[in-house]
Design a protein around this ligand. Structure first.
Ligand SMILES: Nc1nc2c(c(=O)[nH]1)N=C([C@H](O)[C@@H](O)CO)CN2
Length: 129
């Protein structure tokens, strides 16, 4: 299985457990690796046969911009579910970072994997199979 990816998708949103975090929008950043067989798209040179990363990015931006989660965990889980269910992605790895949230660190956050691990190709390598 191959991978279609999105790196460092920055979105402004309400996120965090502290009072001040409920009042100002902060930037979160998403890295997404999505298992997808790209062979038919490569053969036909047709966007209809692949996972359109722009469509995924637009959907995630709309979802995150309108959300108000306390935890990065909740945002990551729900973003992963949207990608899996609405774009028929069988496996994905999602890193959700909150830049500057902890003094002294570049960013903090979570990395989650969801779905069935692919057994061959770039996605299998990425999933450590
Ligand atoms: N595992 C988590 N730890 C923390 C979170 C979180 O969402 N998941 N959030 C915070 C605060 O909102 C922090 O980001 C503010 O700097 C603290 N720890």
């Amino acid at each position: 299985m191959d991978i279609v990816y999105i790196r460092d998708l920055k979105v402004e949103t309400i996120i965090g457990i502290y009072d001040w975090e409920r009042e100002v929008r902060q930037t979160v950043s998403l890295d997404l690796e999505m298992a997808f067989d790209i062979s038919e798209a490569a053969r036909t040179d047709n966007i209809e046969y692949t996972l359109n990363y722009k469509a995924v990015a637009k959907r995630l931006i709309a979802f995150i911009e309108s959300s108000e989660f306390l935890l990065v965990e909740t945002m990551a889980e729900q973003a992963a579910a949207i990608v899996r269910e609405q774009f028929s992605v069988s496996w994905l790895r999602l890193r959700l970072s909150k830049p500057g949230a902890v003094r002294g660190s570049r960013d903090v956050g979570v990395i989650i994997e969801r779905g069935d691990r692919p057994t061959k190709g770039a996605a299998a390598m990425s999933a450590g199979v």
